[in-house]
Design a protein around this ligand. Structure first.
Ligand code: C5P
Length: 282
């Protein structure tokens, strides 16, 4: 947390109430692990470490609120857990209701984007603070994109230079996000709900600003994504260990140099004293 950045006025919402069925059988997606750390813990850590966020409100499966609260207890008062809804949009809306009145910037971040770099979170928060009321991180689209019909026939090729893949966190002036959700209502099934919050802001006719996203902010959706996430996490862990080892080596070298200098100084003083003594004797 960075007190200089008025963290109490920026909050983050993490919708984490989905089952994540595309990941295959097992625990809900947010509770699956990357490097033995639950996906949800990784996601909350990215937000808490960015230096901008004072409170994280997590929307958990309604039957799992107590378990998620226990999992996130080490974050203390930084994290609040509420029951999510039947769609992602509904979960965000319920979490937004739990954001204190004095918060004026809200970030919405999918738990599934577990390895999002804290610097990206900070960049989104800063862009909102700088005056853009809706901000989303995006990446260019690498693949060619085709439109197809129900009979699996291509109906057209979309100009990919105008397309962007959208990530989270998405950042909003709180009043705009609240208005967007109030206007959209609460659809009960995912096919009628928005897949992101910026879509609701667009429906109001309000501008949405894009900033560069980050490849490591990818969403863990399929078993392949989990393999990728494990590889990214292993690389980060190795880099952290190398940095710590290098610091320890530097500290040890500094201590050895200090000892050598002290030994030399002590020897020099002794020799000088002996020389002086001889001079006196003569
Ligand atoms: O399914 P998908 O990966 O698009 O979900 C995006 C995010 O929305 C996930 O973090 C998921 O847990 C969350 N979600 C939710 N409430 C639901 C459905 C999904 O919070 N009812």
């Amino acid at each position: 947390m960075n007190p200089a950045a008025s963290p109490a006025r920026t909050a983050a919402i993490v919708p984490a109430a989905g089952r994540g069925e595309r990941l295959g059988p097992g625990a809900p997606k947010a509770l699956r692990s990357i490097g033995d750390i639950p996906i949800l813990v990784h996601a909350v850590r990215s937000l808490a470490d960015c230096g901008r966020v004072g409170l994280v409100v997590v929307a958990a499966p309604p039957d799992g609120v107590a378990g998620v609260a226990e999992l996130l207890a080490p974050f203390g008062a930084t994290v609040r857990v509420v029951a999510g809804g039947s769609t992602r949009q509904h979960s965000v809306s319920l979490a937004l209701d739990a954001v204190p009145e004095d918060v004026d910037v809200v970030l919405v971040h999918d738990a599934a984007r577990a390895l999002t770099p804290p610097d990206l979170v900070a960049a989104v928060a800063d862009a909102v603070a700088a005056g853009h009321d809706a901000v989303i991180p995006v990446l260019p689209v690498a693949d060619t994109i085709k439109a197809v019909d129900a009979a699996s026939t291509v109906t057209g090729t979309v100009d990919r230079s105008t397309l962007r893949a959208v990530q989270t966190p998405q950042g909003f002036r709180r009043s705009l996000l609240a208005k967007a959700h109030a206007t959209a209502g609460t659809p009960t099934d995912e096919s009628a709900a928005a897949t992101d919050d910026a879509g609701l802001v667009e429906s109001l006719g309000s501008p949405v600003r894009v900033i560069p996203g980050h490849p490591e902010a990818f969403k863990v959706t399929t078993p392949f994504d989990l393999i990728l996430a494990e590889a990214v996490w292993a690389r980060r862990t190795a880099e952290t260990k190398n940095t710590l080892d290098a610091k320890n080596d530097d500290a040890q070298n500094a201590a050895e140099t200090k000892n050598t200098v002290e030994t030399k100084n002590a020897a020099g003083t002794k020799n000088t004293v002996e020389t002086d003594t001889r001079k006196t004797d003569a």
